[in-house]
Design a protein around this ligand. Structure first.
Ligand code: SF4
Length: 494
């Protein structure tokens, strides 16, 4: 019998086809940059958990990636006698293999803590912990309690590498014990699937994104018939529409009955089927008519750390390390200014000062998707009291172009999205984010920030990243200027 790791068993829980592909064709998996960032954050959280759970540094880290799985199993058995904390202790039993993030001596038994970078317990964590506890117990290790250690989102970093209190534990002992027989069934069923000569026939659907985005999506999709007018382009699906697409497998827009569609979804369908864009210029102009000049156009790039690195920050709290502002003056003259901090230190104060100096005191501040920019402004105001008043005045001047676009414009090339990345080239085909060198979206901007602030990065590379980020952020605000002028039917002085 093959031994299946916990990650393969959890892949089976997501989708039986996925576990088959993980075992037989792992080379087909393509992890998105977001997935890779999640893995990296998980490693960082794991490393901090070791310091929190073993402040004296008396425990042992067993790293199978360095020493191999057989040696990890052997070392675990050897160290169980030491009665000191163990990290990544490895167990194998009944066709399953698992590693315990944290194992702490508890009388004659061991207390197990599974560490997650999430801020609450999710259903799939219960599967994870149940597998972990089952494998350890089946391998003969007495387990007294099992807990999930997740991030406390209200915790504030006091600096000096002090991370006590970052994790809160949810005791899942009873839950894990009650699910032992379920885990046995999962192992058996996953074993049966991976010994089959081919992957189970399964269509892609919502399960490909939940609980995690599946890295085999591109592969699975490439083997399915391509719909002419995909039903999944219909935006903001209601429950009945989701049911038709995800459960009943409806793939074509024309197959969706009119009565389950909202007005906006009908517009998307009609534009897609006819190939004709929709533009209600009068409505767009009216929505913006009350705002005059000067006008400012603002966009932030931000970074957040699951494990805070700057004093005073909460887990996952966002910090703006960059902004771009375009200004259209009363005379129509256009200017662009920006801010970028790649020092690796807390950028908040310098960002706040620069922003207040750049945005003037009157005139609308246009953004595209105000929820994000307003959140950044509010959090910045909380962190930098000296500029709080000025920042909140900017906050109160914000005008969002996204609802104007949603209500008054749609082009078939948008494929159900109103992201500025698709609206801009739909209206102005010559302005495309894909044509940028390097950074082309927010996820890439975060990755670029992390690379630039890594002490190992050369000065030359840092300068190249700074140039990429500057071009990218400036295009975001230039895009809002162009769309604003387009909605108003106004000529720009370019
Ligand atoms: S993409 Fe979807 S169908 Fe394919 S293996 Fe992953 S979860 Fe299963």
């Amino acid at each position: 019998m093959r031994t299946l790791s916990k990650s393969k068993l959890l892949a089976y829980r997501q989708c039986p086809k996925r576990v088959w592909l993980e075992v037989h064709q792992p080379e087909l998996r393509q992890d998105s940059p977001e997935s890779q960032q999640r893995f990296a954050a998980g490693h960082r959280v794991g490393a901090v958990a070791q310091r929190v759970y073993d402040p004296e540094g008396q425990g042992t880290l067993i790293d199978p990636k360095v020493i191999g799985y057989d040696e990890a199993l052997r070392l675990t058995q050897a160290h169980l006698a030491s009665r000191q904390p163990l990290f990544e202790a490895a167990f194998k039993a009944n066709g399953a293999f698992a590693m315990a993030d944290v194992l702490l001596p508890d009388g004659d038994a061991w207390r197990m803590v599974e560490i997650k970078s999430a801020t609450s317990v999710k259903d799939y964590h219960r599967d994870d912990v149940a597998v972990q506890a089952y494998v350890a117990k089946a391998a003969g290790v007495p387990i007294s309690r099992v807990a999930l250690g997740h991030i406390d989102s209200t915790w504030v970093y006091a600096g000096d590498d002090r991370y006590d209190g970052l994790f809160v534990e949810a005791d899942l002992t009873d839950d894990a014990r009650a699910r032992e027989s379920e885990v046995v069934a999962w192992v058996q069923e996953a074993q049966r699937i991976v010994t089959a000569p081919s992957a189970p026939e399964l269509r892609t659907g919502r399960h490909c994104r939940e609980p995690y985005e599946c890295g085999f999506f591109a592969h699975c999709r490439s083997r399915e018939p391509v719909p002419t007018h995909p039903a999944e382009w219909l935006p903001h699906p209601t429950k009945p529409l989701s049911h038709l697409i995800d459960v009943e497998g409806v793939t074509e827009m024309v197959q969706i009955p009119d009565e389950v569609l909202t007005e906006r979804q009908r517009r998307v369908r009609d534009c897609t089927l006819s190939g004709e864009p929709f533009f209600d210029q009068e409505g767009a102009r009216a929505a913006l008519a009350s705002h005059g000049l000067p006008a400012y156009f603002l966009d932030f790039e931000t970074i957040s750390h699951v494990v805070p690195v700057w004093k005073g920050f909460r887990p996952n709290q966002i910090a703006a390390f960059q902004f771009s502002v375009h200004r259209v003056g009363e005379d129509g003259a256009i200017a662009n200014e920006g801010f970028l901090d790649l020092s690796g230190g807390d950028p908040s104060e310098a960002c706040a000062a620069a922003l207040v100096a750049t945005c003037g005191t009157n005139g609308p501040v246009y953004v595209y998707n105000q929820a994000f920019e307003k959140r950044v402004l509010k959090e910045l105001a909380e962190r930098v009291p000296t500029y709080a008043e000025g920042l909140m005045r900017i906050h109160d001047r914000v005008v969002d172009l996204l609802p104007v676009a949603r209500d008054h414009y749609y082009h078939p090339s948008q494929q159900g999205s109103w992201s500025i990345k698709v609206v801009l080239p739909a209206v102005f085909p010559e302005l495309r984010y894909e044509d940028l060198d390097g950074v082309k979206d927010g996820g890439m901007a975060m990755a670029a920030y992390l690379e630039a602030t890594d002490p190992k990065t050369t000065e030359e590379r840092r300068e190249a990243i700074a140039a990429e980020l500057t071009r990218y952020c400036a295009l975001d605000t230039w895009a809002t200027v162009k769309l604003w002028a387009f909605f108003l039917g106004r000529e720009l002085q370019e």
